[in-house]
Structure formats: structure tokens, C-alpha cells
Design a binder for this molecule. Structure first.
Ligand code: NAP
Ligand code: ZN
Ligand code: ZN
Length: 355
């Protein structure tokens, strides 16, 4: 298979910083779209992967799955895109396309497994996939999204992961006007969850450890902010929420939030991945028919639905644009929750780098 080289940033080990490296992309096949990456959002999953928090990271790791760019080539079989179009890539670049999940537009739950935009098995070149911290990406048409023309492309990039990861549970649990939704953690995912739930007509509450974020939470669309370390405020939240979206990236006590659910309410975990500690207590779940669920990103059709919804409602992410060369400092700041509310890399900084 023909290939070409592009500049990228990645890391060779969990304990190493990200550094300049070159990677290979396949030349566009008849089904492929080649995209010149303009912007790439910085997701906490990028950091988890780079540092092997979840195990299984393949090195060198080139993260980035909130990609917006300009189409530079299309294969002869491509019908939805032409050269010059704005296009986006999210967290997946392939799936089996045949299993029950794929047939129901749930490629994220592909039974043999979807191919992650990074750290997936590259079916074309062998080895593993490399993400959006790079100049260009080549992706099969089905996994390429259309970007509404009225949205700022840099601030649109985080919709591809932070946006759809919170949109998908809002849609699955049928959030609508009058629903009571709470969001735990005001970061990349959390701030999108507030904006999207609000736009769907829900009454939104933020649970945060950070009193200094209260003003922002309200400005983003929350009707109230509960400081999760304040026991009195936590007790007052009893029985209030139909759906709670938990975006906290690290181990924490999920039991604290279950009393805040209504009867039949659901808390959906989208942040922390792994065994819970302390363990879940079934008592409030059984006595209130409450559910604890999980959810991963969203399907391709659902991601397009989100992008179109954001176009109609003029919703984008709150961003701080950074240079590719500042990625290691950005990770440190993200760990301290010092980002309002998503870093987005301007890829011109990578293209201009002489190597
Ligand atoms: P982020 O921007 O760093 O935001 C996380 C927020 O959680 C922080 O702003 C903070 O909010 C709160 N928080 C952080 N550490 C905490 C701790 N130790 N205890 C309690 N609260 C804490 O991260 P993100 O990009 O939104 O990602 C959040 C998580 O979702 C990550 O683990 C990421 O890997 C995962 N993720 C999952 C999916 C999926 O498909 N399920 C997709 C994308 C990302 P406050 O200061 O307001 O408390
Ligand atoms: Zn992500
Ligand atoms: Zn499948």
C-alpha cells in the first residue's frame, strides 16, 4: 500500500513527554477522504492514553480525536465529500460495519470492536492508528463528518468527542423539556453536557468540587451549582434528577450521587474507566429502582445529528487555542483542572515547524 509521511507529536513511553515525530499515512484508496488537519481538541483520554492510565497503550502514541480539517483528496468512490470541504473526524476511524451494533448505527459498540482514531489496530498499514496531533489524516468516508458552515472550526473540534459523549446519553435517556439533568465535573465533557442538556430544554444542575467554577456553570446554562464536598448541599439534592452524567476522570465515590436520583433515575458514568472503589451499594438502587449505567462516545449518525443540532443552535465549545509545541504544559494544566474548558491545538503551529 502506498504511503506518505506527515509531521506529528507523540510519546514513546508512559513516562515520557510528547515530542516531534513523523508518522505514515496511507494514500487515499477509492473509499477514503484525505484531510488536512486545521484543529484538534485535547481530550482527557489523550492524556490517559499517552500515560498508559488504562493499560494497553501502543507506542509511539499519537493522540487526538477531536479533529476538524479541510478535505485535500477524495477517492473515486467517495460521494459525500469533495476537495475543499470542511470535515471532521471523531474517536473512531473504522468498525466491522456488519455486526448488529454497526447495523443499528452504534459503531461505538461494534461487537468485534471499532478502530479507535488512535491506539486502534490499523487495518490498512498494520501496526496501530495515529490520531489528530498530526498534519493530515486519511479516513474511510463513512467515518468522516460534515461540519456546519456557521460554526467556528476550532471551537467545533471538541464536539467530536466531548460533545457526542454527552449528547449520546442525553438522547438515549430521552432528555427533553422539563427533564432534570445533573452533570458531575465541569471540564471538557461537563461544559458540553450543560450546554447540550440546556438546549434540549432540561433544567440543568452542576455538581463540582470547585467553588470558583460556580459562576461559569451558571453562565453555561446550569440553573444551580452544588458543591459536591458540601454535605448540606448534597443532602438537599435528594430525589431530584432523572439523569446524572458523571464525567469525573479518576476514581471517586459514585454512591454519594445516587440519593440525588429520582425513582427510576439513572446515573451514567462516562468519565472514570475501571473498578469502582468504594463499591456500589445496592440498597438505594433497589429501594428506588435506580440505575447505574455507562456510555461510550456516540455512533457516526448520532455524531452528525449532534453537529447539525449545534449548527442550528449555535453551540460550540469554550476553548483555549494552543500551539502543538505547548501540549505537555496543556496536559499538566488539564490535570489541575486549569482549562476553561477545552484546549484546541492550532495545527498551523505543527505545519510551520521545521524538521
Ligand atoms: P477534564 O476536562 O479534565 O474534566 C474533568 C472534570 O472532572 C474536571 O474539570 C473536574 O471538574 C472533575 N475532576 C477532575 N478530577 C477529579 C477528581 N479526582 N475527583 C473529582 N472530580 C474531578 O476531562 P474531560 O476531557 O472532560 O474527560 C473526562 C473523563 O471522560 C476522562 O476520564 C476521559 O477519559 C473520559 N472520556 C470518556 C469518553 C466516553 O466515551 N465515555 C469520551 C471522552 C472522554 P470540577 O472541578 O468541576 O469538579
Ligand atoms: Zn475524547
Ligand atoms: Zn460492528
Amino acid at each position: 500500500m502506498e504511503k506518505f509521511e506527515v509531521k506529528a507529536y507523540g510519546t514513546y513511553a508512559a513516562t515520557k513527554l510528547l515530542e516531534p515525530l513523523n508518522i505514515e499515512r496511507r494514500k487515499a484508496t477509492p473509499q477514503d477522504v484525505e484531510i488536512d488537519i486545521l484543529y484538534c481538541g485535547v481530550c482527557h483520554s489523550d492524556l490517559h492514553t499517552a500515560r498508559n492510565d488504562w493499560g494497553g497503550t501502543r507506542y509511539p502514541a499519537v493522540p487526538g480525536h477531536e479533529i476538524v480539517g479541510r478535505v485535500t483528496k477524495v477517492g473515486s468512490g467517495v460521494t459525500k465529500f469533495k476537495v475543499g470541504d470542511l470535515a471532521a473526524i471523531g474517536c473512531m476511524v473504522d468498525s466491522c460495519r456488519e455486526c448488529l451494533s454497526c447495523k443499528h448505527d452504534l459503531e461505538q459498540y461494534c461487537i468485534p470492536g471499532n478502530t479507535g482514531t488512535y491506539n486502534g489496530r490499523d487495518k490498512h498499514l498494520g501496526g496501530h492508528t495515529f490520531g489528530g496531533y498530526s498534519e493530515k489524516i486519511v479516513v474511510t468516508e463513512h467515518f468522516v463528518l460534515k461540519v456546519p458552515a456557521n460554526l467556528d472550526p476550532a471551537a467545533t473540534a471538541p464536539l467530536l468527542c466531548a460533545g457526542v459523549t454527552t449528547w449520546s446519553p442525553l438522547r438515549h435517556w430521552k432528555v427533553k423539556k422539563g427533564s432534570h439533568v445533573a452533570v458531575i465535573g465541569l471540564g471538557g465533557l461537563g461544559h458540553m453536557a450543560i450546554k447540550l442538556a440546556k438546549a434540549l430544554g432540561a433544567d440543568v444542575t452542576l455538581f463540582s468540587r470547585s467553588p470558583e467554577k460556580e459562576k461559569d456553570g451558571l453562565a453555561l446554562g446550569a440553573g444551580q451549582v452544588i458543591i459536591s464536598t458540601d454535605q448540606k448541599q448534597m443532602l438537599e439534592a435528594k430525589g431530584k434528577f432523572d439523569l446524572i452524567i458523571d464525567t469525573v476522570p479518576y476514581i471517586h465515590d459514585v454512591n454519594l450521587y445516587i440519593p440525588a436520583l429520582t425513582v427510576n433515575g439513572t446515573i451514567v458514568l462516562v468519565g472514570y474507566l475501571g473498578p469502582l472503589d468504594p463499591m456500589l451499594n445496592s440498597v438505594p438502587m433497589i429501594l428506588g429502582r435506580k440505575s447505574v449505567a455507562g456510555s461510550v462516545i456516540g455512533g457516526i449518525a448520532e455524531t452528525q445529528e449532534l453537529l447539525d443540532f449545534c449548527g442550528e443552535h449555535h453551540i460550540v465549545s469554550e476553548i483555549e487555542v494552543i500551539k502543538m509545541q505547548d501540549i505537555n504544559q496543556a496536559y499538566e494544566r488539564m490535570l489541575k483542572s486549569d482549562v476553561r474548558y477545552r484546549f484546541v491545538i492550532d495545527m498551523a503551529s505543527l505545519k510551520n515547524e521545521s524538521r
